[in-house]
Design a protein around this ligand. Structure first.
Ligand code: MGD
Ligand code: MGD
Ligand code: SF4
Ligand code: MO
Length: 723
C-alpha cells in the first residue's frame, strides 16, 4: 500500500499534467527530484527506444527495463516529438502493460458477457471458415473493417483488398473529417502549425492542453515565453483557456460567424497579405463578395462576442502576420462536431490564407516527404479492384469529397436495413465504436445482428464485449509495428519486453486470419521484411534502426508553389464544394439544432489525463481522474435546483445517463459539458466499470452534409436532479 502511494506521488510529480501546469503557470521541465526518486531506474540494465501508444500522437519513449520488467518510461530526447518529455498518459504506460484486467489470450463468446479461452489456431480456423462462408453467400463486400487508423493500417487495407471488400473504415467522422475535407480541397492537404515561432494564435475550440499533442504544447509554451499572444475561443473555460492570454466564451456552434466576420474586417480594411493572395491563391474576389455582409455587428448577434472584440482580434491577428495563425483544429468545431463544421474549417482555411502564413515561420506548414521503398512486391499478387461500392457511400454521389474517411456512425442503420447490401461481418481493430461513435445502444443492436464480429484490442472494450471472437494484440511495449515518421525522422516501435501473455502483433493476427480465409499468398512476409523494404532506399534496416530507435533521413521539403489542388494554389473559391452541393466560398450556416428554454446543447471533449475510452482502467490515470462530471452553468443549475455533487439525469432523444453535476461559471449557459472517455459498461475492467457516464449513449446518429461527419455536438439534452 505504502509502495503504491509513493509510486503514485512520484508519478504525479514527474508527469506533465498539462491542465495543472497551465493552471499554476509552471514550466514543462521534468522534475529532477522525481527522477531521482525512481529507485529502479538507477539500476536499470537496458533502455529500449520505442514509440508511445497511449494516444495516437506516437511520441518517442525510452523504456527502462530491468529483470524483464518495464520500470519506467521517459521521453526519448532524440525523438522529434517528445524531445525527452512525455505527457501524463505517456508516463502512465506501464500501468497499461501491467493492467491486471487486460486481455491475456484469445477468447470466444459463449453467451451474453461470457467468454471462453480458445487457441489462436482454432480462432483463426473458425474465423477464416466463417469469412469464406459469408463471402460465398453475400459477396466479399459483406465484410466491413472498422479501425482507428494506425501504423498497422496499410496491412489492414491490404487484407481487405485481398478479400475483395472496399469497406475499410476509420473513425474520421467522429474526429477530423470535416477539417480534412475542407483543407484537402482548398490546400491539397491538412497543414500543421509552426507553434514554436508563432506570435499570434487563435484556437477555435482547439484545446491544445486538454486534447494533447505533446510536441505542440512544448512548442507553444516556448512561444508564449517569448511573448506570443494566445486566444482561446470556447463555450467552456477549457484547459487551454487557463494558459491563453484571453478567453472568448462563444455561443456553441457559432464560431463560423465570428471567423467570417474576421475575414470581412481583414479584407475591408486591406489588412491581408496582398502579394501572397495574388500569387498563391485563387478566388479572392469571390471570397470578398461572399463575406461582404458578414460584419462584426452581424456576427456579434449570433456569437455573443461583441463586435469591437471581433474586429480587434481580426486586426491584431493580421498585424502579426505571417507569424500568426488560426489553428486548423482537430476534433471539435472544425473537425466534425457540428453540422456546419466543414464551412467553419473552410473559413479557417481562408482566413489563414489571407495572412500569407503558409510556409512562413510561425505560420502553417506541410511536412517534408520521405521517399520510402515499396514493400508491394513482398505482398503477393496485386488484388483486383473491389467491384462493389462502399457500404457507407463515402466518396459516392452523396459524399463525393469524403473518399478517405468513411462514415462509421451509419453502421447501425446500414446493418439494420441491409442497405446497400447485407453487411454480415465486421472486424474491429483498435476502436471502441460502442462508446466512440454515436448512439451506443444502436451500435450494440447492430453488433448483435451480425454473423461474425471479431475484435482486435488490448483490453475487453465495450465493443469487444459483443464480439464472437476477441483477439488480443500485444501492447505497444511488447511488439513491433510498421515505421513511423515525424518530419525528416524515421522512428521504430520495438518491444521493450516479450509479450507477457498469449498475445500477438497485429500483423500476425491479420496474417493468421488471412491464411485461414484462403488468402495466404498475400501474407507471406514478416513485418521485418516489410520495414526493411521500406527502409532500403534510405540505406537502413530495421535491425540498424532498432539500436537508436530514431534516424534522420533525406527528405524533400514541401513545394508551397505547387499545392495538390487543381490550380496548384490555395482555392479560396472552390468548385469541388459546389459539386458536393455546397457554396463556392465559405458561407454562414447555422448549427443544426437550437436548444429551447428547458434544453441544453450537449458538448464533449478530452481531458489531459485520459485518452478517449482507452485509459479509463489505467490505475495511475484513474487515480488522477476516476470519473467525469456534468458541467452546468450556475444560472441554469439554480433554476433546476442542482448543486455541485448532486447526481443528475441527462436525457436526449436516444438515451439517458446519470452523472454527478459540477456547477461552474466555466460553461456557457446554453450548453452542458461532459468529458469523454468514462462510463465503461464492461464489468471485467474493474476500475473503469460504471465510473462516470458515457456521453455516446446520448448522441443521436447524424450525418453532416459534404463531409459525412457525425456532428456529435448537435445533441440536445434535458437535465434534472435524479430522484
Ligand atoms: N489528453 C488527451 N489528448 C488527446 C486526446 C485524448 O483523448 N486525450 N485525443 C487526441 C485526439 S484523437 C484528438 S482529435 C485531439 C482533440 O483535441 P481538440 O480538437 O482540441 O478537441 P477536444 O479535446 O475534443 O476539445 C474540444 C473543445 O471544443 C469545445 N467546443 C465544443 N463546442 C464548441 C463550439 O461551438 N465552439 C468552440 N469554439 N468550442 C467548442 C469543447 O468545450 C472542448 O474544449 O486530442 C488528441 N489528444
Ligand atoms: N461521445 C464522444 N465520442 C467521441 C469523442 C468525444 O469527445 N465524445 N471523441 C472522438 C474522437 S476525437 C476520436 S479520435 C474517437 C476515438 O475513438 P476510438 O478510435 O474508438 O478510440 P478509443 O475510444 O480510445 O478506443 C480505442 C480502442 O483501442 C484500444 N487500443 C489501445 N491501444 C491498442 C493497441 O495497441 N492495439 C489494439 N489493437 N488496440 C488498442 C483501446 O483498448 C480501445 O478499446 O472518438 C470520438 N468519439
Ligand atoms: S502525447 Fe502523451 S500519450 Fe500521446 S504519444 Fe505523446 S506521450 Fe504518449
Ligand atoms: Mo480524434
Amino acid at each position: 500500500m505504502l509502495e503504491q502511494k509513493i509510486s503514485r506521488r512520484t508519478f504525479i510529480k514527474g508527469s506533465l499534467v498539462a491542465g495543472a501546469v497551465a493552471a499554476f503557470g509552471g514550466s514543462l521541465v521534468p522534475l529532477k527530484g522525481a527522477e531521482a526518486a525512481e529507485a529502479p531506474e538507477a539500476s536499470a540494465t537496458k533502455v529500449v527506444p520505442t514509440i508511445c501508444e497511449m494516444c495516437g500522437v506516437k511520441c518517442g519513449v525510452l523504456a527502462h527495463v530491468k529483470d524483464g520488467r518495464v520500470w519506467r518510461l521517459t521521453g526519448n530526447p532524440k525523438d522529434p516529438q517528445s524531445g525527452g518529455r512525455l505527457c501524463a498518459r505517456g508516463n502512465a504506460g506501464t500501468k497499461t502493460l501491467y493492467d491486471p484486467d487486460r486481455l491475456k489470450g484469445p477468447l470466444k463468446r459463449v453467451g451474453d458477457g461470457k467468454f471462453e479461452p480458445i487457441s489462436w489456431e482454432q480462432a483463426f480456423k473458425e474465423i477464416g471458415e466463417k469469412l469464406i462462408e459469408l463471402k460465398g453467400r453475400y459477396g466479399p463486400q459483406t465484410l466491413v473493417w472498422l479501425a482507428h487508423p494506425e501504423l498497422i493500417s496499410p496491412l489492414e487495407k491490404h487484407f481487405m483488398a485481398a478479400f475483395g471488400s472496399p469497406n475499410y473504415t476509420g473513425h474520421g467522422p467522429t474526429c477530423y473529417s470535416s477539417r480534412n475535407v475542407a483543407f484537402e480541397q482548398m490546400y491539397g492537404g491538412v497543414p500543421g502549425v509552426d507553434y514554436r515561432n508563432i506570435k499570434y494564435y487563435i484556437a477555435f475550440g482547439r484545446n491544445l492542453t486538454g486534447g494533447i499533442k505533446n510536441p505542440d504544447i512544448q512548442k507553444i509554451v516556448a512561444a508564449k515565453a517569448e511573448g506570443a499572444h494566445l486566444v482561446a475561443v470556447d463555450p467552456r473555460f477549457n484547459d487551454f483557456a487557463y494558459f491563453a492570454d484571453e478567453w472568448l466564451p462563444i455561443r456553441p456552434g457559432t464560431d463560423l460567424a465570428m471567423i467570417l466576420a474576421m475575414i470581412n474586417v481583414i479584407i475591408r480594411e486591406n489588412l491581408y497579405d496582398a502579394s501572397f493572395v495574388a500569387e498563391r491563391t485563387v478566388g479572392f474576389e469571390e471570397l470578398k463578395a461572399g463575406v461582404a455582409s458578414y460584419t462584426p455587428e452581424w456576427a456579434a448577434q449570433i456569437t455573443g462576442i461583441d463586435a469591437a472584440t471581433i474586429a480587434r482580434i481580426a486586426r491584431e491577428l493580421a498585424a502579426a502576420k505571417p507569424a500568426a495563425a488560426v489553428d486548423p483544429g482537430w476534433h471539435a468545431v472544425t473537425g466534425s462536431q457540428y453540422y456546419n463544421s466543414v464551412q467553419t474549417a473552410r473559413a479557417v482555411a481562408a482566413l489563414n490564407a489571407l495572412l500569407g502564413n503558409l510556409g512562413a515561420k510561425g505560420g502553417l506548414s506541410f511536412p517534408p516527404t520521405i521517399k520510402f521503398g515499396d514493400p508491394g512486391p513482398l505482398m503477393g499478387p496485386k488484388p483486383p479492384a473491389a467491384v462493389a461500392p462502399r457500404w457507407d457511400g463515402a466518396g459516392g454521389e452523396k459524399w463525393p469529397l469524403n473518399k478517405a474517411h468513411g462514415i462509421i456512425q451509419i453502421f447501425p442503420e446500414r446493418v439494420k436495413e441491409d442497405k446497400p447490401y447485407p453487411v454480415k461481418a465486421v472486424v474491429i481493430q483498435h476502436l471502441n465504436p460502442v462508446r466512440s461513435s454515436t448512439n451506443s445502444a444502436a451500435f450494440i443492436e447492430a453488433l448483435k445482428q451480425l454473423e461474425l464480429v471479431v475484435a482486435i484490442d488490448i483490453q475487453m472494450n465495450d465493443t469487444a464485449y459483443y464480439a464472437h471472437y476477441v483477439l488480443p494484440e500485444a501492447t505497444y511495449l511488447e511488439r513491433y509495428d510498421p515505421l513511423m515518421t515525424a518530419g525528416n525522422k524515421v522512428i521504430l516501435r520495438q518491444p521493450a519486453v516479450q509479450p507477457l501473455f498469449d498475445t500477438k502483433g497485429a500483423e500476425e493476427i491479420i496474417g493468421g486470419i488471412a491464411k485461414a480465409a484462403g488468402l495466404g499468398e498475400y501474407f507471406n512476409f514478416t513485418l521485418e521484411q516489410y520495414n526493411d523494404a521500406m527502409l532500403a532506399p534510405l540505406g537502413l534496416t530495421q535491425a540498424e534502426l532498432a539500436r537508436t530507435g530514431v534516424a534522420e533521413v533525406a527528405a524533400q521539403p514541401p513545394d508551397y508553389t505547387k499545392l495538390k489542388t487543381p490550380s496548384g494554389k490555395i482555392e479560396l473559391a472552390c468548385q469541388a464544394f459546389v459539386k458536393a452541393g455546397s457554396t463556392l466560398t465559405p458561407a454562414w450556416e447555422p448549427p443544426l439544432v437550437e436548444p429551447k428554454e428547458n434544453e441544453f446543447r450537449f458538448i464533449q471533449g478530452h481531458v489531459p489525463m485520459h485518452t478517449h475510452t482507452t485509459t479509463d482502467n489505467n490505475a495511475y490515470l484513474h487515480a488522477l481522474m476516476p470519473e467525469n462530471e456534468l458541467w452546468i452553468n450556475p444560472a441554469r443549475a439554480a433554476k433546476l435546483g442542482i448543486k455541485t455533487g448532486d447526481v443528475v439525469e441527462v436525457t436526449s432523444k436516444v438515451g439517458s445517463v446519470k452523472v454527478k453535476a459540477r456547477v461552474t461559471e466555466c460553461i456557457h449557459p446554453e450548453a452542458v459539458f461532459l468529458a469523454h472517455g468514462f462510463g465503461c459498461g464492461v464489468p471485467l475492467r474493474k476500475l473503469a466499470y460504471n465510473s462516470g457516464a458515457n456521453g455516446g449513449a446520448l448522441i443521436p446518429i447524424i450525418t453532416a452534409p459534404v463531409s459525412g461527419a457525425a456532428a456529435q455536438c448537435e445533441t440536445l439534452v434535458t437535465v434534472r436532479k435524479a430522484g
